[in-house]
Design a protein around this ligand. Structure first.
Ligand code: NAD
Length: 962
């Protein structure tokens, strides 16, 4: 365990073990994991693996036996009955226990019901079976109840919505309240465990609701957890204390350091959110002691439980308690079952109250969950490792964390580079890599109530602006035409979002002419000035982010999170392309030769037509436009008919940012007329198109025709559709896979080019996956997208509804309908419920054609070979995915699954600018990769200038300047 790489691999192996069915699989996985590390594996293990390859059953049995033995150390039993012996031992020793149920993540209502039933029956069981123990125990006064249950709220709700906490709280309470009421009847204690940061506010809210429920308001034996590694934990404790004083409520607080440290750091980094946890152990420990003081000083309201194995922390709490006049009976220490036995015994001997946190659950799967939840965090410089694993001195172990922190601060001031390197080695947040220039726009965090309020207000204010008229913009002036085109809300087809002037042929001619005229100046504007314009646009987009997202909710039926993601992506495109333009602007030196300097620079192509789809109505429109403009082209923008109003708002923002006349012109209208006219116009040099395969290939063809007076060959940047597949391997983590599939297939109603539409299950994983997948799909809420709790909104229009419906009809005729959701009767818009078909073969229409709706086809493959064959059997090559825990399989899929964007062990949608350059090949696109470092090149003509620097035998050193 001292080698971090080896430890990771072993934990990963324990994590996957429960899903491995045959001895061969066990032996194969272990050797794959161990071969993956460069750590010298012990000769014993190597020998065992060699033997294992010849007689797998023997090795597999030995491996399982060892893991079981390990599980027995940390898990009290597989259920109440089998845990009883351990609980009895704990009691005999003079300690108490709290019991926690381990198990798979809850993805459906049935699973949440099952958990709640398990908690209730465990309460009854424990109360019943421990009566004689209780009778013979001498209870100290103030002692909390003997039976103590720890509950995770995520086990009681199929889908927790950050944007709609009220609904989630109601769902959780509907299952939690009966457990708490039963606990009260039995005189038992209920503690709400704390999980990851995203659930923190919700957990505290659930607690407040529970503790003020009729029938429980006077019951003091309820508690929650404060995680001292969270930067806002002290403030949270104060808030909860204020609330306790207000309603004169008593409760318990289990003070822990926190077990999701790595997870929190990674999640925050991925979302470019502030890291919610302290990154140094000393800071966490110092904060723990501050909070310990606070709760001890408020003993009137709080019964403190100090959950720690750290002797310094324990001593601090006990000493401070004495200082404020509290004896050992006024609080307790908690420790994890199977850990720190000697410390626990010492405390009992000293007369302190000690409780063990006892997970129960099936041993081998339980071990996997435990590994995930607890042990992976031992990287967090734990006391136990310092105490028992290394030879740290007593003085060091008992040292005041505040002084250690001060020393760390001083060290980092004196040696900034060294301390960064130290921290990155120890898993700290600071990386020694140079900071990237570009930082993604953080998505809105809807767990924060002020953020939710902003979005709700934006929806309110946009709803008051529906139905307005919008006009074409040519050379900076409005151009009104006789014919109007309506953009309607797909969730309520009778609601007009806006009405736009339909461009005429003359408008097209004028717009291209305006762009051509403006090109003369714009192409000569310095690259830096153009970047600054794009950055001003970015600032406008940022200021209007909630308003723009609200328009998306009404105009294209995006849910809050989906709309916010689209706006964030648009903001990212501005920042990223400005950064990339600065890089291009610097020019490139080609390979060096003495006496000669060659510089490659990039010229704009000319006038571009930007033809955009409706499904990412702002991001794609903005990305293509900005890429063209920043490189010095001028454009005529033709947005999709269905998302005209968002395009009009985008044009406004460009004008506010200082768009010079004619540099970008906006024309509303049908693709077949306005779009097609632009494509064939001889003065168009560049077409940036994103849309369907049919239209994309037509444009590709039309752009290939060269007119007599045409100056340039037309460049087509062409991104089209997909028929994206995801392979689910036999050993995949189904908790994660189910949620990944749901998000990939049904996010924005399956109307993403990256959406999953072919799910390929390997071997018999199908049988375990499908019921859970169906339950998870059934837990999705179909509703109006303006409601924060909606998962599934409408599809874009009647034509889409009918097309998707026709595919569903084909599916019903030719395959097996495994699941179809129900649309609530009050919804009148273009709603299609999530639909899953099984028994789909790879040649069928359902498996070959892009449906662009919430329809998922499941195809079975006997092994990975045939899964890969099915996956690649498509005219498209856009996104693809794999869930697997076999390093060998992951490596194979990496090299053999041919798509533009392959995602492993995560959803296949949600590409992020700069991090995941996006786009496909085959009939999915021309391979231009939006949001990637080479994208801007497609909007330019590269030009090389070579200068001979040798003058009569004299060559200047260092060459010429770029
Ligand atoms: P679409 O092809 O119907 O329309 C796209 C744009 O092309 C619209 O502005 C439309 O008015 C215009 N258009 C239509 N006919 C035209 C013609 N004959 N000449 C010129 N322009 C014409 O696509 P859509 O329904 O708006 O978008 C959905 C499609 O886009 C899906 O196939 C999806 O997979 C694809 N898409 C791909 C990506 C990607 O990055 N690969 C991203 C988003 C969407």
């Amino acid at each position: 365990m001292r080698d971090p790489l080896f430890k990771t691999q072993m934990f990963r192996f324990v994590d996957v073990l429960p899903t491995l069915r045959s001895p061969d699989e066990v032996v194969e996985h272990l050797s794959e994991y161990l071969n993956d590390t460069h750590t010298p594996v012990s000769t014993f293990l190597q020998g065992a693996l060699r033997v294992g390859r010849f007689i797998p059953p023997v090795s597999a049995a030995i491996i399982r036996k060892n893991i079981l033995a390990m599980a027995n150390i940390f898990i009290a039993g597989s259920d109440g009955d089998s845990a009883l012996r351990n609980l009895h031992k704990i009691w005999k020793e003079g300690a108490r226990f709290t019991v926690d149920i381990l198990g798979e993540a809850v993805v459906g209502e049935r699973e949440a019901d099952e958990y709640s039933a398990r908690y209730r029956s465990l309460l009854d069981f424990l109360s019943n079976r421990t009566q004689t123990w209780q009778a013979t125990t001498s209870h100290a006064c103030n002692e909390p109840p003997f039976i103590n249950l720890s509950i995770k709220i995520s086990a009681l709700c199929a889908r927790i919505h950050s944007a709609d906490p009220e609904t989630s709280i109601a769902a959780i309470l509907s299952r939690l309240k009966p457990i708490a009421i039963r606990a009260k009847e039995l005189g038992a204690f209920i503690n709400l465990d704390m999980e990851h940061y995203g659930l923190k506010e919700l957990t505290l809210e659930v607690f407040k609701h529970l503790a003020t429920e009729a029938g429980l308001a006077d019951y003091p034996h309820l508690g929650f957890v404060i995680q001292a590694y969270l930067r806002d934990s002290y403030e949270d404790t104060e808030k909860m204390l204020r609330w306790a004083r207000q309603c004169d409520r008593q409760f318990a607080i289990r003070l822990v350091k926190g077990a999701y440290w790595d997870f929190e750091k990674v999640m925050a980094a991925q979302r470019t959110w502030e890291v919610p946890v302290y990154t140094s152990k000393a800071e966490t420990d110092t904060n723990y002691e501050r909070i310990a003081r606070l709760i001890l000083e408020n003993r009137k309201y709080v019964y403190p439980a100090f959950a720690t194995h750290n002797v310094r922390t324990i001593s601090f709490a006990a000493t401070y308690a004495r200082t404020v006049g509290l004896g050992p009976g006024n609080y307790e220490f908690q420790m994890l079952f199977g850990m720190a036995t000697s410390i626990r015994r010492a405390l009992i001997n000293l007369g302190y109250r000690v409780r063990e946190y006892c997970p129960i659950g099936e041993l081998v799967p339980g071990m996997a969950y435990l590994v995930r939840r607890l042990l992976e965090n031992t990287s967090n410089e734990g006391f136990l490792r310092a105490k028992f694993g290394t030879n740290t001195s007593v003085q060091e172990l008992l040292r005041d964390p505040a002084s250690q922190r001060a020393q760390e601060d001083e060290h980092s001031i004196r040696h900034p580079e060294r301390s960064a390197a130290d921290k990155s080695r120890s898993g700290g947040a600071v990386s020694s890599d140079p900071a990237p220039l570009f930082v993604n726009q953080p998505p809105a965090d809807f767990t924060v109530s002020s953020v939710r309020e902003k979005m709700a207000q934006a929806i309110q204010s946009v709803s008051a602006k529906l139905g307005l008229k919008y006009v074409n913009v040519i050379a900076g002036r409005s151009r009104i035409s006789d014919e109007q085109m309506l953009s309607i809300n797909p969730a309520r087809p009778d609601q007009v979002v806006g009405s736009v002037s339909k461009a005429t042929t003359k408008d097209v001619v004028d717009a291209v002419a305006a762009a051509r005229r403006s090109f003369i100046d714009w192409s000569k504007t310095s690259g830096e000035d153009r970047c600054q314009f794009i950055e001003r646009l970015r600032a406008r987009l940022k200021e209007s982010r909630y308003e723009l997202a609200a328009w998306e909710v009404f105009e294209v039926g995006k849910t809050w999170a989906e709309a916010d993601a689209d706006v964030s992506e648009a903001i990212d495109f501005c920042a990223f392309y400005a950064q990339e333009m600065r890089r291009l602007n610097a020019g490139r030196l080609t390979q060096k030769t003495a006496g000669e300097v060659s510089v490659e620079s990039f010229l704009p192509r000319g006038v571009g037509a930007v033809i955009a789809p409706w499904n990412f109505p702002l991001a794609i429109l903005c990305g293509m436009t900005v890429a063209a403009l920043v490189t010095g082209n001028t454009v005529v923008i033709k947005p999709a008919e269905q998302s005209s109003v968002i395009a009009a708002r985008f044009m406004n923002l460009m004008q506010e940012a200082g768009l010079p006349e004619g540099v970008a012109n906006l024309l509303f209208g049908d693709g077949e007329t306005v779009g097609a006219l632009l494509v064939v116009h001889p003065e168009i040099d560049l077409i940036a198109f994103t849309g369907s395969r049919q239209v994309g290939t037509e444009i590709w063809e039309m752009a290939g025709v060269t007119h007599a007076n045409q100056k340039n060959l037309k460049k087509v940047v062409c991104e089209m559709g997909g028929k994206n597949a995801m392979i689910i391997d036999t050993d995949s983590d189904l908790d994660e896979a189910v949620l990944g599939i749901i998000q990939s297939a049904f996010g924005f109603q399956g109307q993403k080019c990256s959406a999953l539409s072919r799910l390929i299950t390997v071997g018999d994983v199908h049988e375990q996956l499908l019921p859970r997948l169906i339950e998870a799909a059934a837990a999705l809420t179909i509703g109006l997208p303006e409601n924060p709790g909606t998962d599934i909104g409408p599809v874009i229009d009647r034509a889409a509804l009918e097309k998707i419906q026709s595919y569903i009809d084909v599916g019903k005729r030719e395959h097996t309908l495994a699941y179809q959701g129900e649309i609530p009767s009050e919804l009148t818009g273009f709603f299609i419920p999530p639909t899953i078909f099984t028994d789909v073969d790879t040649a069928s229409r359902l498996a070959q054609e892009e449906i662009f709706g919430p329809v998922l086809s499941v195809l079975r493959a006997k092994d990975l070979d045939s899964a890969l064959k099915i996956a690649n059997d498509s005219p498209f090559a856009l996104t693809g995915g794999l869930y697997s825990r076999s390093p060998k399989h992951i490596a194979r899929v990496r090299s053999e699954f041919l798509v533009g964007n392959l995602y492993i062990n995560r959803p296949v949608t949600g590409a992020i600018v700069g991090r995941h350059p996006f786009g496909g090949f085959k009939m999915s696109g021309s391979g231009t990769k939006a949001g990637g470092r080479d994208y801007l090149l497609h909007f330019t003509f590269p030009r090389v200038v070579t200068e001979n620097t040798l003058r009569r035998g004299f060559a200047p050193e260092g060459g010429s300047q770029v």
